[in-house]
Design a protein around this ligand. Sequence first.
Ligand code: CTP
Length: 425
Amino acid sequence: MTDFNGKRVLLIIGGGIAAYKVLELIRRLKERGAGVRVILTQAGQQFITPLSVGALTHERVFTDLFDLDDEREIGHIRLSRQADLIVVAPATADTIAKMASGLCNDLASTVLMASDKPVLIAPAMNPKMWDHPATRRNVKQLRADGVALIGPEEGEMAEEGEAGIGRMAEPATILAAIEERLAALDGNQAGQFLKGRRAIVTSGPTHEPIDPVRYLANRSSGKQGHAIAAALAAAGAEVTLISGPVTLAAPDGVTTLAVETAEEMLKQVEAALPADIAVMTAAVADWRVTEAATTKIKKTGKAPPALKLTRNPDILAALAAHSNRPELVIGFAAETNNLLKNAQAKLAAKGCDWIVANDVSATSGVAGGVLGGDANRVHLLTAAGSDAWPEMSKAEVASRLVQRIAEYFGDDRPRRRDEAEAHPS
Ligand code: CTP
């Protein structure tokens, strides 16, 4: 259990039935030695009282912008300055809308506007409100502004018979997200673990030429792979990112190599060995045109040209079976149906250690879609089983994955399956 070592969290409690769960979050934060100061919004007071919050924080609870006493003792500017991290839980559709448009008409929104501190929000609302185009827009804006989201999760709503995505993440999940953020502020704890490790990451689609102007490709944007490369580098690893054609900037502190085709990608991946970690995020085209035309194919005949296809090399499988195999090989599984079953089969078939499975169907429920979008909802499959992560930004998926990688290489490192088989304990 990490000690938060006096780190200060400013917790803004919004209005929503999930507010009562935040009392548990406060208790856990205090247990770990965090300083917790609370702003309880007017709407939040409909669900819990300043008295119950104050009893847990042992601090005065702030409730109103125009409370002169508070303004004399501690202004809203100081409230935000004295925090290491601001957490909004539950973050209602209204709070999210205010944050996205920069409104400040109460203490909570004013503090958020007057702050340059990192902000983590735990949305909670009815699934229809979460799905509403206005909320979609606002969430997109907040992500672009650098606000981190945890949840919401799928489940039953307080309203009878309502289910869907909208439930606030559980206190333990929010606590883990807070821990991650505070660790990152603390001179990057994860960096201690991955310093001196080498990592190879693939990202983006591949383009398989048909002729000099046409190609076969897919909808991958490279956002997830680039975020993973950036997070590994931020954690101290020496990273080579091998990327298919994308419109993204190369991440800071990463050696980025641009390739077009699957064959080029494989060549660069092999050239980047040796490495300790490989994360194969690219959506590699499974087939290439057997003989790409050297000049533009014209519509001369009546029938469209037949494209003869050849299977591309499987980069992940090749790396997992390589004589110079990285110790930890992680693949992705993009699935549109039978997510866990297909991903489990891929884990075995490719010979990798972990698989990050994501539902890339149009019905995944992830805001903006997974392919090309900014959010993702994944399962992490390891030999130990599968973990379902709530919907979060691709940057958060990356930082959580890097945290798991750091744990793997830490002292509590689990033995690899083959080692365990060779030396059963
Ligand atoms: N992959 C790879 N080389 C390929 C195909 C896939 O390295 N030629 C990697 C991807 O980077 C990913 C994993 O294999 O880490 C799974 O990719 P995915 O597209 O989900 O599956 P496929 O192996 O292509 O299988 P299928 O298309 O049948 O689902």
